[in-house]
Design a protein around this ligand. Sequence first.
Ligand code: PLP
Length: 384
Amino acid sequence: MSSPDPSPVPLLDLQLQHDGIREEVAEAMSRVVESQRFILGETVEAFEGEMAEFLSVPHAVGCASGTDALLLPLMALEPKPGDEVILPAFTFFATAGAVWNAGFRPVFCDVDPHTFNVTPETVEAVWTERTRAIIPVHLFGQMAPMEGLNELACRKGAVVIEDAAQAIGARQRATSNPDSPNGEVAAGASGIAGAFSFFPTKNLGGFGDGGLVSARDPELAEKVAKLRVHGGRQMYHHEMVGTNSRLDALQAAVLSVKLAHLADWTDARRANACRYHERLAQISGLELPVVMEGNWHVYNQFTIRVRDRDGLRAALAEEGIGTGVYYPVPLNLQPCFSELGGHPGQLPESERACSEVLSLPIFPELREEQIDRVAEAIRRYLGA
Ligand SMILES: *Cc1c(COP(=O)(O)O)cnc(C)c1O
């Protein structure tokens, strides 16, 4: 038995990232403070422009959170009672909460057991004549198969809103999209809208909550921009009932600084993933993240699956290694949705994923020896 290394490996350490950009961020925030322009204005517009360019989309509209970045385009669809939106049962709650709060009925579909993403088949399996939209979630930083999903939605007369909260900068080879630069399409750039989150643990995290909607259609972008300011762009004149959901100028200032570093941070995440793949190759009973052909994964999470997930998690905790379980309960089985009639066994892959997934530390500043220590501890537990 080797003796366990006493220094802990946290699941995430935001302090290390901040250490590298402290002055830059402080200056940007100070400029906003000195301007005393805290609501929308040039700082927010500048960041929206940078995001639109980064994603190669014509429009980007900042808002208060990733949850609202889903809610606002859904509200823009103006649902009638009984209208449905299809989304995966295996995702963060916000995806379903936004669908519900916009006035749609959430319809849950199953996921692929290797990528944890929806597929055209799992979506089509729950399609009804009330389906108005589908929300593929690019879970853990890897895109769902957009070509097939867009084709399905188009054929059946529904729209696609991408939940790209975990996938900023992720890309996918696009064979049939004539607009795509370099034959690739970014997460959030091929549906009618894409939702991004700047929650601090996301790959581009602010100093609090924040979100952004990407849109290809100018009318939709305009509607979302209205909805975030109570449904009227001219003060005190309201064409729609919207809400208050703006990206703070202070957050936009922080995010502009950080966006310039995102490519490097993503490369570091990918290098960490690569090292895990080397160190954890060919262990029976352990499944490493599977990257779909043509996908460029940005690893918001590095999520493995093992039968005895809880045992492994406890053993890693013993050695001071932080892990996360995203997500322990499929959304179709959440008590708040009981009236929708979800039942155990309905979406078997989502349920199995909930009991087997474990996310390992993957943040950009993680050191090689820390990855090796995590891998060693996993090998030891699995007797490999
Ligand atoms: C984080 C997240 C959201 C919500 O973002 P918030 O900024 O926390 O509101 C939505 N969907 C997914 C998949 C997420 O991971």
